[in-house]
Each structure stands twice: as C-alpha cells, then as structure tokens.
Design a protein around this ligand. Structure first.
Ligand SMILES: C[S@@+](CC[C@H](N)C(=O)[O-])C[C@H]1O[C@@H](n2cnc3c(N)ncnc32)[C@H](O)[C@@H]1O
Length: 198
C-alpha cells in the first residue's frame, strides 16, 4: 500500500507540476531521484502513477532512508544508498530529478560542481532540477553554460517565490561562514539531446 506525503503546499510541487506539462505525451516509466527524500519521491510518484523510481540517497543518510522506506512503503520505489560523486550509473532513465540536492554537496565533502556534473552524467532523457536561488554554494551561471556546451536543452526555467523562507546556517564552506534565506527557488526542465541522438 502506497502512502505518499501530501506535497501540494510545497513550492517544489507547484514548480514541478508547471514544468512537467511540457512532458505530456512522453512515456515516463523509469525515474531516478538523485538525492531523494519523502517530498521529492512523493511528487514523482504522484505525477507519474505508473512509473518506477530509484531513490538515491547518500550511504548512511538515515534522515532520508527511514522516512523513504517506512512512510511511503511503495513497491514502485527502490531506495538505493550510493554516493553519486563516486559512482557511475549505467541504467537509462526517462526522467531524473534532483530537488534540493545540489545545495547538499558540501555536507558530504564535495564541491557543488562535481555533484552537478555527476547528476548530469546520468543517462536520462529529461531532468528536473530544483534548488534555492539564494544558496551561495550553487553556481547557476555555471549550470546554464554547462547545459549549452554539453548538449542539454533548457525547455523551461522558472523562478518561484517561497512564501515560507527558511534561514540556512551553512556554517562553513571554503572556510567562509555562509548564511542565507531561501526566498526563491529555481526550477529547470532539461532535455538531454545526447539521449535522442543515439
Ligand atoms: C536536502 S535532501 C533533498 C531531499 C529530497 N530531494 C526532497 O526534496 O525531499 C538532499 C539529498 O541529497 C542526497 N545527497 C547529497 N549528496 C549526495 C551524494 N554525493 N550522493 C548521493 N546522494 C547525495 C542526500 O542523501 C539527500 O537524500
């Protein structure tokens, strides 16, 4: 029995809903949540009710593992503990999502750029990336340039206001103390042209 979390009030859910309208007609059957949690997993399973989901979490990240395994309890979800920065995923997917994942790169000792590149290496036809605009560890200009250079087409990019900003004490990054408020989210829908030319 599947118990999805009610995510309707979340900015990520609203942004996701707007973006995936553009995927109408696409046969989304295999999904990967690169940096999973019960919110993003519930959103993906809700909007694609016949698709299966590989939910990736950092090894030993029990903050995410327990809620994913016990709360959702769906036979469409496979919770996989894997370090995205140290692994090569060979499986092909129709959709890869990374919601609020990039901002956590440093929590596990990696730079944002490496985690971003590893996520974009996943062989998925489409990507949905959602993260916090104000997060100083995320370089959106770098991402935009990367998409252009590496064969990714931005089908939609939306900036959404967060009605309930949170204060993030990112205590230490490259020796600097960084704090920010999550006032806006940035959401991308990306088409991976490399997966259509083969
Ligand atoms: C803030 S949580 C996002 C949760 C989820 N996307 C949601 O919206 O409910 C960040 C997630 O990214 C994962 N993560 C961060 N760095 C990772 C890495 N190098 N390899 C695998 N997972 C990673 C964490 O384990 C966690 O599941």
């Amino acid at each position: 029995m599947e118990h999805l979390v009610n995510t309707s009030h979340l900015v990520q859910d609203k942004a996701f809903k707007k973006l995936i309208k553009k995927l109408k007609g696409e046969n989304i059957k295999k999904m990967i949540d690169a940096g999973s949690g019960k919110n993003s997993a519930s959103i993906l399973l809700k909007y694609f009710p016949t698709a299966e989901l590989d939910a990736i979490i950092y090894p030993g990240d029990n903050r995410k593992k327990n809620p994913l395994s016990s709360t959702i309890g769906s036979d469409r979800i496979d919770v996989i503990e894997l370090d995205l920065c140290a692994s090569c995923i060979r499986k092909k997917y129709d959709l890869c999502a990374a919601m609020l994942t990039l901002g956590e790169a440093q929590n596990f000792g990696y730079h944002f750029q490496l985690l971003f590149q590893r996520i974009m290496d996943i062989r998925a036809k489409y990507f949905v990336l959602i993260d916090i605009l104000e997060d100083p560890t995320i370089n959106y200009k770098y991402m935009d340039a990367y998409f252009k250079e590496k064969g990714f087409k931005v089908l939609a990019k939306k900036k959404c206001k967060n009605p309930y900003p949170e204060h993030y004490p990112k205590v230490k990054f490259d020796k600097y103390k960084l704090e920010f408020d999550s006032k806006h989210y940035v959401a991308y829908l990306i088409k991976n042209l490399n997966m259509f030319n083969v």
